[in-house]
Design a protein around this ligand. Structure first.
Ligand code: PMP
Length: 378
């Protein structure tokens, strides 16, 4: 990569490799031309592979991931519909906020932060309610770095009328996800994390069942109305002027991912995650926050003796940014100041993480002397 001014170890945006940056700098194509149509087609085709679907239809939107979440609400539901939101963190709460903003009746199940959903418990909640039109879950909740057992959840909720809608904004291309095999109706994601692109593009992959529901959904929508996108795909075009450069960059990123194969990429992030979990214990004396940690980022908590000395992660992270030009994420909500969230998604390398942890260890050293010997505080 070119001269690194900042090292991003954040769960989005993530670093963009040079070969993708070069594509972003190409002269702008007009979006209603066969040349651009070819790029769009390759994006649709390769995204379907990343979502592991042959049956679903993929859409690209000009927005961040939250735009695709909103599109997932407005395209498949009608006023008065009851939906179940099963939240394990800040991004599960976002599903609930969007559904409420559109006047849906929300059954809001909240799992304690740091834990994944228990499929049987979820089934219990689902069965207690009648006429649930959709179940919203998060694959990896980035606020706690927790992975939900998506395959088991879908299997447990089988024979349902309800659609299963999944936020895979931080997990896509990093965690195993198989839309067709796992019977997922709507999966949403964004460009700026596992897909190694700048922020600005969001995607939805929509099952035939959900497409059928879409034709009957009554919530108001215009810019996010996927029926426009579906019509335009036939050309292939997008209904509105798309972020041409970003899509050109995304086409390149996807070609790299497809060449690697999903299996190779999933295994790569598992290795990175295993290594990171070990390193934060050894070098920082941290424990892993989540009971079911994800492979795309690690949330870790310094030992209590740090905090006894007035330690706040936010302050160290600010120094890390100012002095070392390395950005690592703080906790969110009640976890602000209490954890570090180190990403190992997209193009982030072991070397990047090693440098980040080393710099963090140097900054933490005065707080806890044990760290200077590389020992984990007990
Ligand atoms: N869901 C999850 C799991 C996320 O990690 C994020 C971004 N951190 C979002 C949704 C929202 O995405 P965006 O910021 O791109 O709108």
């Amino acid at each position: 990569m070119k001269e690194v001014m900042y090292s991003l170890l954040t769960p989005g945006p993530t670093p963009v490799p040079d070969e993708i940056l070069e594509e972003l700098g190409r002269p702008i194509l007009h979006h209603r031309t066969p040349e651009f149509g070819k790029i769009l087609n390759s994006v649709f085709e390769n995204l379907a592979y990343v979502f592991q679907t042959k049956a679903a239809e993929v859409f690209v939107l000009c927005s961040s991931g939250t735009g695709a979440m909103e599109a997932a609400v407005v395209n498949f539901f009608s006023p008065g519909d009851k939906v179940l939101v099963a939240s394990i963190g800040a991004f599960g709460e976002r599903w609930a906020a969007i559904a409420k903003a559109y006047g849906l009746e929300v059954v809001h199940f909240k799992q304690e932060w740091g834990r994944a959903l228990d499929p049987d418990q979820l089934l219990g909640v689902f069965r207690r309610e009648s006429k649930i039109a959709g179940v919203f879950i998060t694959h990896v909740d980035t606020s706690t770095a927790t992975l939900n057992p998506l395959r088991e959840i879908s299997r447990t909720l089988k024979d349902r009328e309800a659609l299963l809608l999944v936020d895979a904004v931080s997990s896509l291309a990093g965690e195993e996800l198989r839309q067709d095999d796992w019977d997922l109706d709507v999966v949403v994601s964004g460009s700026q994390k596992g897909l190694m692109c700048p922020p600005g593009i969001a995607f939805l992959s929509v099952s035939p069942r959900a497409l059928d529901r879409m034709s009957r959904a009554g919530l108001p929508r215009y810019y996010w109305d996927l029926r426009f996108y579906r019509e335009s795909k036939k050309i292939p075009e997008t209904p509105f002027t798309p972020p041409v450069s970003l899509l050109t960059g995304l086409a390149k990123a996807l070609s790299i991912i497809v060449k690697d194969t999903m299996e190779v990429r999933w295994a790569h992030y598992k290795d990175l995650a295993d290594w990171t979990r070990g390193a934060v214990g050894e070098r920082l004396g941290c424990s892993i926050y989540s009971r079911n940690p994800s492979n795309v980022l690690t949330a870790c908590r310094p030992a209590q003796e740090f905090f006894d000395g007035g330690f706040v992660t936010s302050k160290v992270l600010k120094r890390l940014r100012d002095e070392n030009k390395i950005t690592i994420a703080d906790g969110q909500g009640d976890l602000k100041g209490k954890i570090f969230r180190i990403a190992h998604m997209g193009a982030i390398t072991k070397k990047n993480i090693e440098a980040g942890i080393e710099a963090l260890a140097n900054l933490c050293r005065p707080a806890v002397p044990a760290i200077s010997h590389g020992h984990r505080p007990v």
